[in-house]
Design a protein around this ligand. Structure first.
Ligand code: 5GP
Ligand code: ZN
Length: 136
C-alpha cells in the first residue's frame, strides 16, 4: 500500500524527520510544518491511504481516539479557546497531501484562521432529494 513518493509515508517511517508528539503501531502525530495556529498538529496513519474513502474502519477508529487524547492534552497545555478537528479529501476540498491525515487546529482569540462559508437555504425539494439519496 505504501506510495514511494508520498511525503507522509516517509515521515511515518521516520525517513524524513518530523516533530513527533505521539507514535504507536498505527499512527503518528506530528506538528504541522506550516501551522495555522500554535500547536497545529496532524494525525497520520502509518499505512498509506489516499483519503477518508480508503481508510479502514479500524484505522479510522484509532485516529479519532488519538485525536481525542491529543485534544485533551492541547486543552490542558495550551491557552486555547477552541479546537478545529478536520480533514480534507480531494483538491477542491483543500487536500494538498494525498495521504490521509487529520488536522487538529487549536483556536485562539483573534487568530487569523478563516473557515467561513456562505450558508444556503433548505427547500422541501432539497430535503426530499437528499433524504432519499443519503439516508443510510
Ligand atoms: P492538507 O492541505 O492536505 O489537508 O494538509 C496538508 C498539511 O500538511 C498542511 O497543513 C501542510 O502545512 C502540512 N505539511 C506538508 N508537508 C509537510 C511536511 O513535510 N512536514 C509536516 N510536518 N507537515 C507538512
Ligand atoms: Zn503515504
Amino acid at each position: 500500500m505504501r506510495d514511494n513518493n508520498c511525503i507522509f509515508c516517509k515521515i511515518a517511517k521516520g525517513e524524513i524527520p518530523s516533530a513527533t508528539l505521539y507514535e504507536d503501531d498505527l499512527v503518528k502525530v506530528i506538528l504541522d510544518i506550516s501551522p495555522a495556529t500554535k500547536g497545529h498538529a496532524l494525525i497520520l496513519p502509518k499505512e498509506h491511504y489516499d483519503n477518508f474513502y480508503e481508510i479502514s474502519e479500524d484505522c479510522a477508529k484509532h485516529v479519532i481516539v488519538t485525536a481525542k487524547k491529543m485534544a485533551e492534552k492541547m486543552k490542558e497545555q495550551l491557552d486555547l479557546e477552541g479546537l478545529n478537528v478536520l480533514q480534507n479529501n480531494g483538491e477542491i476540498a483543500g487536500q494538498t497531501v494525498f495521504h490521509y491525515h487529520m488536522h487538529l487546529i487549536p483556536r485562539y482569540k483573534e487568530d487569523q484562521v478563516n473557515m467561513d462559508w456562505n450558508h444556503g437555504e433548505v427547500t422541501e425539494e432539497y430535503k426530499e432529494d437528499l433524504m432519499q439519496k443519503l439516508s443510510l
